[in-house]
Design a protein around this ligand. Structure first.
Ligand code: CA2
Length: 152
């Protein structure tokens, strides 16, 4: 059976480029490149393409989300601290109307109160939080499953 082609835009938000260098107790010891490699491996198994981008700038992230329209079928996003502050990212995701899964390395609900609210959650199909790098892998699986269910 031939599967319809699926390409996923993977969006990493601010400071995630520092992964593996600082705060391993909270975010684990893997670097962002390691996480992207894990996603590549999973994507190969799922027979989809993953295309990671990272920026520390809100407007750049908004532009990347806009550019997903037409080229990608879904978005996997760890918006970092912008999760808790950015109406602009939320509006961008709502605007492109692509199925989006929100992921977090840490369990944001076990941390400071200000991390408990996500502007992304209401425009995402779901959220995975607290499983370290595995959150991304689980998020990719869930997104691809959702896209394949939708297409039958
Ligand atoms: O748990 C997550 O994935 C977060 O999205 C990570 C964000 C944080 O602001 C969110 O509340 C939860 C922070 C990413 C910063 O990553 C760093 C990595 C190493 C050193 C410093 C920051």
């Amino acid at each position: 059976m031939t599967l319809p082609p699926i390409s996923i835009l993977v969006v990493h938000g601010p400071n995630l480029n520092l992964l593996g260098q600082r705060e391993p107790g909270i975010y684990g010891s893997l670097s962002l490149a390691d996480i992207n490699r894990l996603l590549e491996l999973e994507a190969t198994k799922l027979q989809v393409g993953v295309f990671p981008v990272q920026s520390n700038h809100e407007g750049v992230l908004v532009d990347k989300i806009h550019s997903a329209l037409g080229d990608y079928q879904g978005i996997l996003i760890n918006a970092g601290a912008y999760t808790h502050t950015s109406v602009a990212l939320r509006d961008a995701i709502a605007g492109v109307n692509l199925p989006t899964v929100e992921v977090h390395l840490s369990n944001i609900y076990r941390r400071e109160e200000f991390r408990h609210h996500s502007y992304i959650a209401p425009v995402a199909i779901g959220q995975i939080s607290g499983f370290g790098a595995q959150s991304y892998v689980l998020g990719l699986q869930a997104l691809v499953h959702h896209l394949r269910e939708k297409s039958v």
